[in-house]
Design a protein around this ligand. Structure first.
Ligand SMILES: [Zn+2]
Length: 368
């Protein structure tokens, strides 16, 4: 069960016309579900449930997923005029965009693969949230990646919201404390502000660390890993450490920041820890003696603990719109790395360099 309380205000606005009040048109929901099931099956393998029913529920501000059944909020089926009459006009933080793909993804996360305890529930919510971003990237971002970037910008916005203690959501506690973080001091909004977006980011970083640019399908290794995880834990419960063990089978040498072929460094920082890094990236181009382009860059990591390590992917965008991963910059603690880097063999002209172009690192980025 997965409420997404985004606070749709249900007070009736006097001035607005009511619009079409029918909630009987399920074409959009059906189409969305068919495409989402196809995408998730490709990424995660078969779900346990071969049949999926989608229907409305009276609650206006959240959906729910059950095995083989998804409830969408009644507001989802209203047109924008009717939503406005209910004070739910603004697609606040992309609620109406995400709610379908998120709830459908729970057929995998939560239902096909269960979670062992409340400490592992972030897998269900976080993975469902990240699955929605794959849907948004593949279906709604075909013209450009704006909807995809907006999705992740919204997730960062939530993580930076303050709880009742005036702490940023990311400071409230690690995702593995789960719903225990809800108490009189922190307030009830912590799961939505922390567990969904941060859990989503954890899997997002895994996806892009496994990105294989040599393959026609850069997600090929990520898909293999996810399918193995799903297959192994179908109709069973999985723990945080179970997921880590499967990931360690697939990790590349570049991901081995700890030098022990373990993902301890990553889990200690993001899953069991509360750091939220900030990055500043500056760069400029110059030509060397042979007319080749050299890029000069400086990347600064701040707002982290002393031993916090990260591999920040750097991408070059060419003037003809291609985006190519150049490599990863390793940083430890509150530190900078500054370097000249020859862009040899690059096809096309470089337009700019971008750190974490795909929103593939948790944290706030200033790209210059
Ligand atoms: Zn959910």
């Amino acid at each position: 069960m997965t409420p997404r309380g985004l606070g749709v205000n249900s007070s009736l606005s006097e001035a607005s016309a009511l619009g079409n009040m029918s909630t009987a048109d399920t074409k959009k929901a059906m189409a969305e579900a068919q495409v989402a099931v196809q995408i998730y099956t490709e990424y995660f393998g078969e779900a346990s449930y071969k049949r999926l029913a989608i229907t409305q529920q009276p609650a206006p501000n959240f959906g729910q997923s059950w095995p083989g059944l998804v409830y969408l909020p009644i507001t989802y089926f209203l047109d924008s005029t009717a939503r406005k009459a209910f004070g739910a006009s603004a697609d606040r933080l992309g609620f109406f965009t995400i709610v379908g793909p998120h709830e459908i993804a729970h057929q995998w996360w939560g239902h096909t693969v269960g979670f062992q305890s409340y400490r592992d529930q972030w897998i269900s919510e976080g993975f469902a949230e990240m699955s929605a971003s794959i849907f948004i990237q593949l279906i709604q971002s075909q013209k450009n990646l704006d909807p995809y970037h907006k999705f992740w910008a919204d997730e960062r916005f939530l993580l930076n919201r303050e709880d009742n203690q005036r702490k940023k959501a990311y400071e409230t506690g690690p995702v593995t404390l789960g719903y225990r973080l809800v108490n009189g001091k922190s307030g009830g909004s912590v799961p939505r502000l922390l567990i969904y977006p941060k859990g989503g980011y954890i899997l997002q970083m895994v996806r892009y660390m496994l990105r294989n640019e040599r393959s026609n399908d850069p997600d090929v290794d990520f898909k293999r890993m996810m399918r193995e995880f799903v297959k192994k834990y179908t109709n069973q419960v999985a723990s945080t450490e179970d997921f880590k063990a499967v990931l360690e089978k697939y990790m590349t040498s570049e991901m081995d920041l700890g030098g022990n072929h373990k993902m301890d460094w990553f889990f200690d920082e993001y899953v069991y820890g509360t750091d939220y890094p900030k990055y500043k990236f500056e760069h400029s181009f110059k030509a060397d003696g042979n007319g080749d382009t050299i890029v000069h860059f400086k990347l600064t990591q701040s707002n982290v603990s002393e031993n916090f390590r990260m591999l920040v992917p750097l991408y070059v965008e060419t003037t003809d719109g291609r985006v190519i991963r150049l490599g990863g910059a390793r940083l430890t603690g509150n530190n900078s790395i500054e370097q000249d880097f020859p862009l040899k063999g690059l096809q096309g002209k470089p337009k700019r360099l971008v750190a974490a172009y795909y929103d593939d690192v948790l944290g706030d980025f200033e790209n210059k």
